[in-house]
Design a protein around this ligand. Structure first.
Ligand code: GUN
Length: 279
């Protein structure tokens, strides 16, 4: 029987610390959240982000823009927020409508306010290890490992998925923690063999129940970053919990594992942005 990694509990504990930290600050951290269009999943994420800000004492402003908003209009808003003193972090919820170039939008946010850590300057800093902002989802995973005293140092760490948001930065953070890191993806020849080597397996590929028990080594730590909605409306991860759990030493459930940590890391980055500005 694996130990369940309780992302809700760790997240709540971390948010208490953030709240305490904010209560001692002279400046109230401020976050602007921009949503373009009416994607229902994005609406839920944005609502949760704003609520989390209010809970810990971060000022937030939200901009809900119509799906037809032009790229120029969005860039104009970002420019305004880049120069707004009470806003320390700017978050543009992805994905954006097809007519908007995501890279152009990410690049328009000044790196000092890029609390998602998506800007190339921040991505580069993550690569060198000299970073201000940690990418939220991978940082959440690292925070969970720390809370459960799971040290990646010297371990075989396998990341399944190579997205800019999760897979690539996750690999980098595990590497900084002295793990031996392998990144697997859709062209990986023998995914099962690679996964079977993992002491720590982090899965972020967006395919429901993709990783099954036969792909996991006895005693492995399994972190499931996937959130998929099944036909019956229930949420499931990228890991087939029923067959993987009996083999794992630790495992994250979905929901309630890696998910709750992402927003908590966003709050941390916003506080960091406000602190850095105040220096
Ligand atoms: N869409 C899915 N995940 C994220 C995230 O972490 N940040 C932003 N801005 N959009 C997302």
């Amino acid at each position: 029987m694996a130990i369940l990694i309780d992302g809700k509990a760790v997240s709540a504990a971390e948010r208490e610390l953030i709240k305490e930290q904010i209560s001692k600050m002279t400046v109230k951290p401020g976050l602007a959240v921009i949503l373009v269009g009416e994607d229902p999943a994005s609406q839920v994420y944005v609502r949760n982000k704003k609520k989390a800000c209010a809970d810990v004492g971060i000022y937030s402003e939200s901009y809900d823009l119509a799906a037809e908003t032009s790229q120029a209009e969005l860039l104009e808003l970002i420019d305004k927020l880049n120069n707004k003193d009470d806003i320390h972090g700017i978050l543009v919820q992805l994905p954006l409508p097809k007519h908007i170039d995501e890279t152009a939008v990410i690049n328009a946010i000044v790196p000092e306010k890029d609390v998602d850590a998506f800007h190339p300057v921040n991505v580069g800093k993550i690569m060198t290890g000299d970073y201000d902002f940690l990418p939220c989802t991978p940082a959440g995973v690292m925070c969970l490992l720390k809370h459960y005293n799971i040290d990646p140092s010297g371990k075989e760490c396998v990341v399944v998925g190579r997205s800019n948001i999760v897979g690539k930065p996750q690999a980098m953070l595990l590497l900084h923690a002295n793990g031996t890191v392998t990144i697997c993806h859709s062209r990986t020849k023998d995914l099962k063999a690679k996964c079977l080597e993992a002491d720590i397996l982090v899965v972020a590929i967006g395919k429901p129940d993709f990783i099954t028990g036969d792909m996991v080594k006895e005693g492995a730590v399994v972190v499931d970053v996937g959130i998929n909605r099944k036909a019956d409306g229930k949420l499931t991860g990228d890991v087939d919990f029923a067959t993987v759990e009996p083999k794992a030493s630790y495992i994250t459930p979905v929901p309630g594992g890696a998910g709750p940590m992402t927003i908590t890391m966003l709050l941390k980055n916003t506080v960091k942005a406000a602190e850095l500005k105040g220096e």
